[in-house]
Design a protein around this ligand. Sequence first.
Ligand SMILES: *Cc1c(COP(=O)(O)O)cnc(C)c1O
Length: 369
Amino acid sequence: MSCDFISLAASGVQDLHPYQPGKPPEELERELGLKNVVKLASNENPLGPSPKAIAAIKEYLNKISFYPDSGGYRLKEALSDKFSISPDQITLGNGSNDVLDLVARAYLRPGDEVVFSEYAFVVYSIVTQACGAKAVVTPSREWGHDLEAMLAAITSRTRIVFIANPNNPTGTWVTQEQLAGFLAQVPSHTLVVLDEAYIEYACKDELPDGLDFLEKYPNLIVTRTFSKAYGLAGLRVGYSVSNLQIANVLSRVRQPFNVNSLALIAAENALGDDEHIAKTIQTNNAGRPFLENELHGLGLTTIPSVGNFITVDFKRDAIPVYQAMLEQGVIVRPVANYGMPHHLRISIGTRPENERCLSVLQKVINNIE
Ligand SMILES: *Cc1c(COP(=O)(O)O)cnc(C)c1O
């Protein structure tokens, strides 16, 4: 007799739902026979990767028969120079999601509690549940993190608090003052993971730089990624910066070659390409108000965002809107899995991509109503 292999899985894993990614453009092209599909679904860099990263990868290609540098020496040196931190504080990951997973695996026992907000990035709940820990989800405040509620939810069993700043999928943020007040009150046995995947886009003076708090708060872990502004989502590379002991612990559970050699060399070179980052930020700073205004002009409401995406309220089931946009070759992101069935998340693209998205959206809205 065959086993039920679902019920054989670890208890947290039995109820887990796989991560739902944005639809790849090739898939839509295959399914509908479309060309020129626009993907504004995964907050990728619409300008593509840094030309310096591409050149470095090309030059490195004949060396991929060698294992990567497991310690990531050159990338860590580059990060260390740029941010005035010790290379030993850095943990490299196969995307920053890998680092989030490492923190969970290294620190969570079944029964431990993990605090995060309603509408927070879904990977926090996945890594928590996979480890058999208990998710304590606090209600949001205007779609964003309610840090007071999160503080109140911390108990002697709380091992980790996850905060995304800004948050995905809502684009909301916590201010310097709010974060400082929060960190000062978190007990030292609770790790605070501050996920700064979109920090390069952050445009407001009031937005904190997590690295500034590391010295004062040894329980803080800041994660960042090359997937978003740095345009290397397909290569998978991210990192955390933390206290040395935490970095040491993470290095014990990390797979020996978790970041591949092309990702390492690309990240190092992308980090040094100030021109590409400046252009990227400029494109986003122009695109965000443009898209927001036009969406408001269509009678839609948006959540204020400091990221490279805007989450739009359709005040009705948004899935038919998503589907109709797909048929017109524009991929955006449903967020019903976050408990936001009336919203869609739209990544900010180039001006032509934004215009195409808006014209398709206008057509779709007219047809649906
Ligand atoms: C996109 C994103 C990441 C990045 O994940 P990678 O694994 O680095 O690609 C991390 N956190 C949040 C909140 C994100 O939206």
